[in-house]
Ligand binder design. Structure first.
Ligand code: WTA
Length: 653
C-alpha cells in the first residue's frame, strides 16, 4: 500500500477541522499514552456538564466491570437540551424531520426541550421511576428521539427495539429487560405503506407473558385502526394534554444505565448490552465532534434507525449534545425513487452525511440502471464530509461514493465500531488522516485497539489476527443485562490477558499500520449492516416443528447486502424439489420473519436428506460455507458420512 494511493486531507481541511492535521492527531494519541486517565478526565470535563464533578476517573478494582467518573453526577438530557438553550441556542433548529411523504417539520432546541419535559412528566405520571426500564418500539420520529431523551431525563433506562422486529423478538426483550412500559405508535409509514406497530405490541404482550409491564403509550401517527386494552393502553396526546413543559432533570451517577440495546451474539438469545450515562455521553459527543467535525452551521444526517446503536449515538445523543442541527428521516432510500437521499441532501443542504455501505451499493445499482436517480442529477454541493458504518466498505463502492456523492472533495470517514463500544473505535479524522479506500485507518485517539493471536500476544503488522482493545474506555459496554457471566465470557475470555474481544478479525498494513477489518470471527452474520446470530436463525427454523427436522445457517458474500443468509434444511418429510420446494421455502421464510423479523429471512434455502456431518456427528460448517458460495468443495470430505448430499445442497430456493 503506497502513499500515492492515499487521499490526503486538503490544506483547507487541515486548517479548519477540529483536529488539524496528523501532528495534532499524534499529539492527542501521545497525550493519552502519557496519562491515560488524565486524558479522558480532561475530555470528560470539556464535553460533559456535571452537576457533581467527578474526582475518580477509572475504577478497575472489579475488572472487567470497569467504572468511569464514578462519583460524578449528570443528566444526559440536560446535556443535550437545557444546556444548549442556556447557551443561547433555544431558537436553533435541533431536528429537521422529513416524513415518508416528504412533509417537513422543524423543531428547535427550546421546542424539543419542552416536548421532552412534557413526555418525561407523562412517564412520571404513570409511575415510571429512576432505574425502571422502558421499551421504545417506534418508527423514526421526533417523538422517538424525545421518548429516549425523556427516559434519560428521569433516569429511566430505555431499550429501543427496532420497528422491524417481530412480536416474539419484542416479547423476549420486554421480558428480559423487565420493562414497565412500552412506548409505541399506532402504525409506521415506510415507502408509502402503513406498517403495524401497536398490533405487534398487542401480540407480544398477549396472554400476560410480560408480568412487569403496566402501560402502553401510543403515539398516533396514521390514525389507522388498532386494538385497545382498557387500562393498559393510553394515547400519548391525551396524556400530554395539560402536562407542564418543565421537568427537573434527575441527576444520576455517571454509571447509571442510560440504555440497554439488544444485539446478537454467537450463541443463544440476543443480549442486552448495558451502557452508562457519563462515559457513553462523553464518547458520543467527542466522536461527533472529531470524526464528523460537527460545526455550528452544519446540517448533519445519519440515516440509521434509532433502533440500532448508530441511531443512539449519532441521532439521539451525540449531535444534540453538541447543539447541532440534524435530519430525522422516517422513510426509506428507495421511495418514491432511489434518488430520495440525494434529493433530501439538496433540499436540506446537508453538509455531513453518514450511511451504510449496503445503502450505497444498492443506490449505485439503481443509478446505473436509471439516469434519473443518479446523484449527478442533484445539487450535492452542500456536502463537505461523508461517513460509512456497519460493515466493511469495498473499495469500488468507496470510490463511487467519493466521486459521485462527494464530488471528489469530501473526505470519507469509514468508522469501525460496535453496539458494545458505544462510539467510533477505529476511524479517520477528516482533517488529519490520509484515506485509503477499504481501510478504517487508525484508532480514535485514546482507543487502544490492537491485533493479537489466540493467546493475546501482539502479531506483527501485515499478519492478520484477532481485534482487541487493550485498555477499558469510557463508552464501553458495562455488562450484559441479567447475565454478567456471559459478559465476561463473551468479551473478556481468560486467554486474552484482560483485553476486550471485539469478535472481528483484522489486519494492519505492513507500511502504514492501517487497520482493515476482515469480518467476524464468531457465528455472527452482518447482513446489510444488521447483526444476526446464525444460532438465532437456526432456532427460529427448527421452531417450525411441523416441518423442520434440522437446520444449519451460514453466511455467504453478497454484492448488495455484504453477507446473505443461507439456510440448509432437513425436513421431516421427503426432500422437496421444484415448485414444492419453492412453496416450502416461502413458508420457512415467513416463519423466520414471524419469529425474529423480516431482516432475518434467509436469502437461500437449500434442502437435503441430511446435513454434512463428521462421523462424530458434527455439522461441517466450513464445508457448508463453500457450498453456499457455490465454490468447488476443496475440503477433505473423507470424514463425511454421506458425501452424496453435497449435490442436493447445491440447489438454492
Ligand atoms: C461490523 C454497528 C468493517 C463489525 C456500529 C462489527 C464494520 C459489527 C464497520 C458491529 C466498519 C461495523 N468496517 N466492519 N466500518 N462498522 N462493522 O453492533 O463486524 O450493529 O463487529 O454496530 O459490524 O455491528 P453493530
Amino acid at each position: 500500500m503506497s502513499e500515492t494511493q492515499a487521499y490526503l486531507p486538503s490544506a483547507a481541511w487541515q486548517e479548519q477541522a477540529h483536529v488539524k492535521g496528523m501532528a495534532a492527531y499524534q499529539a492527542l494519541v501521545a497525550e493519552s499514552e502519557a496519562d491515560y486517565q488524565g486524558y479522558w478526565a480532561r475530555l470528560a470535563r470539556e464535553f460533559v456538564t456535571w452537576q457533581t464533578p467527578f474526582t475518580q476517573v477509572l475504577n478497575e478494582s472489579n475488572a472487567p466491570f470497569f467504572k468511569w467518573f464514578e462519583d460524578g453526577r449528570l443528566n444526559v438530557s440536560y446535556n443535550c437540551l437545557d444546556r444548549n438553550v442556556e447557551r443561547g441556542l433555544g431558537d436553533k433548529v435541533a431536528i429537521i424531520f422529513e416524513a415518508d411523504d416528504g412533509a417537513v417539520t422543524k423543531v428547535t432546541y427550546s421546542e424539543l426541550l419542552a416536548k421532552t419535559a412534557q413526555l418525561a412528566n407523562v412517564l412520571k405520571s404513570r409511575g415510571v421511576k429512576k432505574g425502571d426500564r422502558v421499551v421504545i418500539y417506534m418508527s423514526m420520529s421526533v417523538e422517538g428521539v424525545a421518548a429516549m431523551q425523556a427516559c434519560a431525563r428521569i433516569g429511566a433506562t430505555h431499550s429501543v427495539v427496532f420497528g422491524g422486529f417481530s412480536a416474539q423478538s419484542l416479547r423476549d426483550r420486554v421480558q428480559d429487560a423487565g420493562a414497565v412500559m412500552v412506548i409505541t405508535a399506532d402504525e409506521q409509514l415506510r415507502g408509502g405503506k402503513a406498517l403495524p406497530l401497536k398490533s405487534i405490541v398487542d401480540e407480544a404482550l398477549a396472554d400476560g407473558s410480560c408480568p412487569t409491564l403496566k402501560d402502553v403509550i401510543v403515539y398516533q401517527r396514521t390514525g389507522g385502526k388498532i386494538g385497545w386494552v382498557e387500562g393498559r393502553d393510553h394515547w400519548l396526546h391525551e396524556l400530554l394534554a395539560g402536562q407542564s413543559t418543565v421537568c427537573e432533570p434527575e441527576w444520576v451517577e455517571a454509571e447509571h444505565p442510560l440504555f440497554l440495546l439488544y444485539t446478537s451474539g454467537s450463541t443463544g438469545k440476543p443480549k442486552g448490552v448495558q451502557h452508562s450515562s457519563g462515559g457513553y455521553l462523553l464518547h458520543a459527543a467527542l466522536t461527533t465532534k472529531w470524526t464528523f467535525d460537527l460545526k455550528d452551521n452544519d446540517v448533519f444526517w445519519c440515516t440509521a434507525d434509532i433502533g440500532w446503536v448508530t441511531g443512539h449515538s449519532y441521532i439521539a445523543y451525540g449531535p444534540l449534545a453538541l447543539g447541532g442541527t440534524e435530519i430525522v428521516f422516517e422513510g426509506v432510500p428507495t421511495y418514491p425513487d432511489a434518488g430520495r437521499f440525494w434529493k433530501m441532501i439538496e433540499k436540506h443542504k446537508v453538509s455531513i452525511f453518514y450511511t451504510a455501505p449496503t445503502a450505497i451499493r444498492s443506490l449505485i445499482k439503481a443509478a446505473e440502471t436509471s439516469e434519473a436517480v443518479h446523484p449527478a442529477r442533484y445539487d450535492l454541493s452542500s456536502l463537505r464530509l461523508l461517513g460509512s458504518v456497519g460493515e466493511p466498505i469495498n473499495p469500488a463502492a468507496w470510490e463511487w461514493y467519493h466521486k459521485h456523492v462527494g464530488g471528489g472533495r469530501c473526505p470519507i470517514v469509514d468508522t469501525f465500531w460496535q453496539t458494545e463500544t458505544g462510539g467510533h473505535m477505529i476511524t479517520p479524522l477528516p482533517g488529519a488522516t490520509p484515506l485509503i479506500p477499504g481501510s478504517c485507518t487508525l484508532p480514535f485517539p485514546g482507543i487502544t485497539t490492537a491485533i493479537v493471536d489466540e493467546t493475546g500476544n501482539d502479531v506483527p503488522n501485515g499478519q492478520g489476527g484477532i481485534l482487541v482493545v487493550k485498555k477499558p474506555w469510557p463508552s464501553m459496554i458495562r455488562t450484559i443485562w441479567n447475565d454478567p457471566d456471559r459478559f465476561k465470557k463473551s468479551y473478556y475470555p481468560s486467554e486474552l490477558k484482560g483485553y476486550y474481544l471485539a469478535g472481528d478479525g483484522a489486519i494492519r498494513d505492513a507500511d502504514t499500520g492501517y487497520f482493515t477489518i476482515t469480518g467476524r470471527i464468531d457465528d455472527v452474520l452482518n447482513v446489510s449492516g444488521h447483526r444476526m446470530g446464525t444460532m438465532e436463525i437456526e432456532s427460529a427454523l427448527v421452531s417450525c416443528t411441523e416441518l423442520v427436522a434440522e437446520a444449519a445457517v451460514v453466511g455467504r458474500p453478497d454484492d448488495t447486502t455484504g453477507e446473505a443468509i443461507c439456510a440448509f434444511v432437513v425436513l421431516k418429510r421427503p426432500r422437496p424439489t421444484g415448485d414444492e420446494a419453492k412453496v416450502i421455502a416461502k413458508q420457512l421464510r415467513d416463519h423466520v420473519a414471524k419469529e425474529i423479523g423480516p431482516i432475518a429471512k434467509p436469502k437461500d434455502i437449500r434442502f437435503g436428506d441430511n446435513l454434512p456431518k463428521t462421523r462424530s456427528g458434527k455439522i461441517m460448517r466450513r464445508l457448508l460455507r463453500s457450498v453456499a458460495k457455490g465454490e468447488a468443495v476443496t475440503q477433505d470430505t473423507s470424514t463425511l458420512e454421506n458425501p452424496a448430499i453435497l449435490e442436493q445442497l447445491g440447489q438454492a430456493y
